[in-house]
Every structure is written in C-alpha cells, then in structure tokens.
Design a protein around this ligand. Structure first.
Ligand SMILES: NC(=O)c1ccc[n+]([C@@H]2O[C@H](COP(=O)([O-])OP(=O)(O)OC[C@H]3O[C@@H](n4cnc5c(N)ncnc54)[C@H](O)[C@@H]3O)[C@@H](O)[C@H]2O)c1
Length: 353
C-alpha cells in the first residue's frame, strides 16, 4: 500500500490526539497539515506531533492541499455536512463517526459525497482492532464454524462530561458509543432483519440524553446478537468489565477489551478462544494479540481509504455506502426505544385467583 498520501486533519480534539495521530505515527503515515476552529488546539496538536503545517482556517488548508490529499475529518457529527460541502470534488475523505447526528443526516452525507464524487469512508474502526482481526482470522479459517451468537457486554463508568458537545446532543449512548458495536456486528453478520432496543437515562447524569442501552439485533430464529452497555457503573473498578463474545458451531472467542475500564486509564485486553473437539472437555486458550482498539484500529480505517485511493480495492470496506446501514440500525434502535415494548396491560385481565 502507498502509505505516503498526504493527510490533512480537520479538528484537533481528543480523538485526534489520543488515537488518529498516535496510530498514524505507528503506521508511518504522512500527516501534512491540521486545522481547528480553535487555533490554539490546532497549534498545540501540530507541535505535539510535529505536523509541518498548521492552518488558520479550513479555506487556508484547502488552498494548500494537493490533489492527492486525504482529508481526515474529526469534528462533532453536526459539523460533518458543513465541512464536507467545502471539500473539493473527487477528494478522498475519512469521516469520523457518527455519520451525522441521525439517519437523515447520514443520507444527506451519502448524497453529498456521491454528488461530489468523493471517495468517502467512515471511521468505524473497531472492525479493525487487532483482536477483532484475530477473531476474523479464526472465522475465515473455518475454525469457529458458523456464528450462532454475538454478545457485547459493557459495564463501566464513562465520564461523559469530557465531551462538551454531548450536553446539547439529543442522542448520546447509541449514537456515540454502542454504534461501534452495532457496526461490528453488521461487519461480522451483515445487516439484521430488525433492531429492538431500550435506551435509558441516568439520575446522576440528568443533563444528558440516554447513557445506557440494551440493543438486540435480529438475525432471525437461529442467530442471536445482543449489546448491553451500562456506562454508569460508578462503584469502583472491581466489577467493571467489557467483553465481546462470539460463539460458533465449532468454537468460541471471548475478547475482554480494556479501553473503557477505569476510563481514561484503561486496562489490559485479553483474547481467549476455545475449539470444540469430539470427546474432549473444551479447553480455553489465550492468544497474545499485539496492539489494541486505541490507537491501532485507526490504522485499519485509514488504510482502507488509502487502498481505495491508490486503486488496489474498488471501495473501502468502511465506505459511506456501507456505513449508512450502521446509521440505519442506530435509527431503528432509537425508534424501537421510543415505541416501547409490549404493554403487559394490553394482554388482558390477569386473574387474581
Ligand atoms: N472511537 C472513535 O472513533 C471515537 C472516539 C471519540 C470520539 N469520536 C468522534 O470524534 C469526533 C470528535 O470527538 P472528540 O472526542 O475529538 O471531540 P473534541 O470535542 O475533543 O474535539 C472536536 C474538535 O473539533 C473542533 N471543531 C468543531 N467544529 C469544527 C469545524 N467546523 N472545523 C474544524 N474544527 C472543528 C473543535 O474545536 C474540537 O477541537 C466526534 O464526532 C466523536 O464521535 C470517535
């Protein structure tokens, strides 16, 4: 892969400093410029990562960027359309998730990038976390058989106050967090038939929209996919946990991922798997996987765009056209939560006797 495409970053916030730039440094990518509506943040980030050009405005960055530039957008969801509108036709652009603030905006983003013939990918990078790539290798080799069950279980304390823009966002947990798990399930199983969900606020975070979610992605009679995310477990670290479990006809994988534990300190990941053998007790084994979600997975989402930009693949695996289906699942989850479950009072009188 030609990893020398010049990268121009728009937005110099937390995720760029904590993940994009550390990942690009590891991968040897060529970051050429950065801009932020807050020039001090752009300057501080440019200094920290030795980025040669720090621009006073998006217009100045666009004037300097060469035709083979890759634009790396890391702004809040509400800013994606205004920024994309200004980017040149046929540009290659990696859009930080979410793909807009709702499904309607995702549709507008897709139309916009099609109209401008931009090569657009969305930064749903959990798909490329090293432990997910390891699980995909086991799946591709057939060792796990057919997938029967995916469970993602997160029980952590997330300091949402770190992200100012969330306080005015009508949607928080699914749109900004469980979206990664929805995208991962889709990436492994394809699109679900439907989505059921209940997303709930928390009394200790009354300024925020819902911060806990239970999401069921419906794959029919025989395949289950469940996401359970509680970000309000403020009871110390001993019982904090976050794992992805994949069960197949011939084996299973359990990935405990540490990024969210004791946030932002994090803890170690682990990758365990078991292969069923006729007549033998199942025996779990561990694989030491190099790298983690943050920052290593960010190499994968950018690499997809570079591979498509150089023509090695027809389109990125994380193309806007693919990722809009993740946004559809997110929208369905919020709608399901609003609609509510089956009201037990509608089932008829329950006899007291
Ligand atoms: N795993 C992930 O993929 C992941 C993790 C965290 C955040 N994010 C996403 O990244 C985006 C940014 O999150 P963050 O944590 O860095 O937030 P942040 O608030 O730390 O940073 C956002 C930055 O964008 C700048 N900005 C806003 N509008 C702009 C514009 N029009 N032009 C240029 N700069 C602009 C702000 O000044 C700020 O510096 C969010 O959409 C969030 O969902 C993704």
């Amino acid at each position: 892969m030609n990893s020398h495409f010049p990268i121009y970053i728009i937005g110099a916030g937390g995720i760029v400093n904590d993940a994009h730039l550390p990942a690009y440094h590891l991968a040897g990518f060529n970051v050429q410029g950065i801009v932020d509506i807050n020039p001090e943040k752009a300057k501080a980030t440019a200094d920290r990562f030795s980025i040669p050009n720090c621009y006073p405005s998006l217009e100045a960055l666009l004037a300097a960027a060469p035709p083979n530039a890759i634009f790396d957008l890391a702004v809040p969801g509400s800013q994606i359309i205004p920024v994309l509108t200004l980017l040149p036709e046929k540009a290659a652009v990696l859009i930080q998730k979410p793909m807009g603030e709702n499904f309607q905006q995702a549709g507008e983003i897709l139309q916009l990038v099609k109209k401008k013939e931009q090569l657009a990918a969305v930064n749903f990078q959990l798909r490329y976390a090293p432990y997910i790539l390891t699980a995909k290798d086991l799946l591709a080799s057939g060792l796990l058989g057919e997938i029967y069950d995916i469970e993602i279980n997160v029980n952590v304390y997330t300091p949402w106050q770190l992200w100012d823009f969330l306080f005015t966002s009508p949607r928080v947990e699914i749109l900004y967090h469980s979206i990664h798990y929805i995208d991962l399930v889709r990436n492994l199983l394809g699109n679900p038939v439907s989505v059921y969900a209940k997303t709930t606020r928390h009394p200790s975070m009354p300024q925020l929209a819902s911060v806990r979610s239970n999401i069921i992605m419906d794959y029919g009679e025989m395949v289950a996919a469940n996401i359970l995310a509680n970000h309000c477990h403020n009871y110390g670290t001993p019982k904090q946990q976050s794992y992805i479990k994949i069960e197949g006809s011939k084996g299973a994988v359990k990935i405990s991922f540490g990024a969210l534990i004791d946030y932002p300190r994090g803890s170690a990941d682990s990758f365990e798997y078991v292969l069923l053998e006729e007549g033998k007790e199942p025996e779990w084994r561990e694989i030491k996987v190099e790298g983690s979600w943050f920052p290593h997975a960010f190499i994968g989402s950018m690499s997809q765009l570079m591979l498509a930009a150089e023509g090695s693949i027809a389109e990125p695996d994380n193309s806007a056209a693919d990722c809009i289906h993740t946004m559809a699942c997110v929208e369905a989850a919020y709608l399901s939560s609003e609609q509510g479950g089956v009201n037990i009072r509608n089932l008829g009188q329950i006899s007291e006797k």
